[in-house]
Design a protein around this ligand. Sequence first.
Ligand SMILES: Cc1ncc(COP(=O)(O)O)c(C=O)c1O
Length: 363
Amino acid sequence: MSPEDMEKIIRPDIKDMPPYIPIEPTDVLSRRIDMPEESVIKLDGNENPYGCSPKVKQALAGYSYYHLYPDPEQRELRKALEKYTGINVKNILAGSGSDELIDLVLRLFIQPGDKVVNCPPTFGMYPFSTDVCGGKVVSIPRKPDFSVDTTAAMKAIDTGAKVIFIASPNNPSGNITPEPDILELLKGRAAVVIDEAYYEFSGATVAPLVLKYPNLIVLRTFSKWAGLAGLRVGYGIFPHNLMDYLMKIKQPYNVNAAAQVAALESLRDLDYLRGTIKAIVDERERLMSKLSEMDWLKVYPSQANFILCRVLNGQARAIYEGLRQKGIFVRYFNTPELKDCLRISVGKPEHTDKLVATLNEMR
Ligand SMILES: Cc1ncc(COP(=O)(O)O)c(C=O)c1O
């Protein structure tokens, strides 16, 4: 078979689909701008600037079973998550990041051509994973204040969409979707996936409603509040009758041993992690007030660990590039739903100070 013939048997829809654009790690960024890694200020990934709990590092160093496969049923971790969430272990499943669970939910419901509602601007993995599964993305843009257009979303559900994804707080806008809007969406005949990746920074959750609504799924992650983005571990809270199917279709050892050890140890060190969450939330408020003083920015309220701003004179790209040259990395958006916007992750106080000083110099 020739390489050309081989190409011919690749799914045509995979050839046509747009890629997901991930963020780069610090060492790659530092080489790009020719600056030492320690000088890079990374505010582009909504990662936790304080890192993981020190006890996680000790637990990982002391673990003796890396040569054995991890527990495919994640029993210890799920039991600890039961205590953390107050939801029965029978409704909880962990994944290799919530990214994996987004994919798993779609694999469970979506056959080629089935519809999935996406509410942009939002997290790019929803349309990406829908495309990979051969589903059809139905785009229902958010309103100018970034709230979900529930009327339009309900219409899409009523015309046969099987799944809707809502990030709450939403990435990149930072706003939560109020419970009454979620209850409205739950009236339809679609799986309503509420992605609470930033729950620990907002305190708002609909997790307890999973026990009442057979079409509600809540996803969470250890990447943000627990500082474990590099280890890839998240979990979902699912209606009971989906659990056997999800267990059946997931990769047997989907959460690796290190990730299970680290997540468990994080749940044992909540006092420490609550301290860093508080530091981030306090810093978000300080960053918010500093950015709001700049009359050339429109700053959107946030309940997450990042802040979205629109650059009012249309110079967002230049600001993004200028920050980058100084070693400060933020996320730049210029899409139909998000013109001239920057999303800035909340860092440590010294990161805020450097960012604000650099922004003021550039004006
Ligand atoms: C809304 C949302 N969901 C999920 C994720 C991915 O989380 P994980 O690292 O657990 O895959 C992100 C990451 O940025 C996110 O913003």
